[in-house]
Design a protein around this ligand. Structure first.
Ligand code: TRP
Length: 336
């Protein structure tokens, strides 16, 4: 079945199932996806092929893939409206990835900051997949002729290279790929680590820096209570107060309040009261999400049906692009 409506623009995005999603993924991605899902033709992918660029425990990867899918659904992404699927279920991603590898330069991949960061972090496993990661991501996007790609600021360089690859391919042959644009969420939704407010909150942070979507109420409140803040006491959004700024962002995102409203609400109160309030709104929101998640995760047959249907819809569009690409590069196809 097709997942396109010619009047709507197309969106594709993905999250790696490399751990449990965090409130950063929820506030920065999932919640926005649920908001825009009826305005665009959407493809929401769980990028398991990307996840193995870092060694995964197989049983955990399988479980995390399903959990991520159940969280997509719990966040309100409607599988009747959107193609939601696992990347490994649509072979065209790997197939186009290979072709695009041959249109990507060693030099440009060497300049990717995420590659440099990840190779420093996983110095014992700097594999070729980690190096060509952005090419597979370009394939994810270009297969669906996506107009817009919702991503965080850290992924902007990857969208740039996807555009460069697409333009290079189009110039070598003829128009084949739509040139995608990044679609940034508004400022304020980038959630930072609670223990290191200068780096992004991460799924793979084993410490207390991340609030995971499946954390218990007590854990959420405890982690936020211990969040790193400066030595001041005034709840105010200001340069250099990275810890407080981050907590204000979290509070603002969950309550819809502005910084000014938050400052007034906590005037004369200390960081302790504020942290407790942030912990409580986060815990309330997560417990509502978890109730829905548990229902989805318990129904394996329904999840499998969603995955099968999602992969079918995605394959329809992806294979159309892949056939074009194969023809243009000169692969022979048997006349049937
Ligand atoms: N690289 C992205 C990240 O780490 C995940 C990703 C893979 C992605 N393929 C994508 C995001 C395609 C958007 C579109 O966040």
């Amino acid at each position: 079945m097709e997942n396109t409506n010619a009047e709507k623009k197309t969106i594709l995005s993905g999250i790696q199932p490399s751990g449990t999603l965090t409130i950063g993924n929820y506030l920065g991605a999932l919640r926005n996806w649920a908001k825009i899902q009826y305005e665009y033709n959407c493809y929401f992918c769980v990028v398991d092929l990307h996840a193995i660029t870092v060694r995964q425990v197989p049983a955990e990867l399988r479980q995390n893939s399903l959990k991520t899918m159940a969280l997509y659904l719990a966040a309100g992404i409607d599988p009747r409206e959107n193609a939601i699927f696992l990347q490994s279920h649509v072979p065209a991603h790997a197939q186009l990835g290979w072709v695009l590898d041959c249109f990507t330069m060693f030099g440009e991949l060497s300049r990717m900051t995420q590659f440099k960061d990840k190779s420093a972090k996983h110095a014992d496993n700097i594999n070729a997949g980690l190096f060509t990661y952005p090419v597979l991501m370009a394939a994810d996007i270009l297969l669906y002729q996506a107009d817009l790609v919702p991503v965080g600021a850290d992924q902007k360089q990857h969208i740039e290279i996807a555009r460069d690859i697409a333009i290079r391919f189009n110039n070598t042959y003829s128009d084949t790929f739509k040139i995608p644009e990044p679609y940034m969420p508004k400022i304020g939704t980038k959630i930072m680590s609670l223990t290191d407010p200068l780096s992004k909150m991460s799924k793979s942070d084993p410490g207390d820096g991340s609030v995971f979507l499946l954390d218990s109420r007590d854990t959420v409140i405890r982690k936020i209570k211990r969040a790193v803040t400066d030595s001041g006491s005034e709840v105010r959004f200001a340069e250099g107060k990275d810890g407080i700024n981050n907590l204000m962002n979290i509070y603002a995102a969950f309550t819809g309040k502005t910084y000014g409203e938050i400052e007034r609400e906590f005037e004369g109160k200390g960081y302790g009261d504020f942290k407790l309030a942030v912990g409580e709104v986060a815990a309330d929101a997560l417990s509502a999400l978890q109730d829905k998640y548990n229902v989805f995760l318990a129904d394996k047959a329904q999840l499998d049906a969603v995955l099968t249907d999602g992969a079918e819809r995605a394959s329809y569009t992806a294979n159309k692009t892949l056939r074009k690409v194969y023809r243009k590069v000169g692969f022979y196809s048997v006349n049937k």
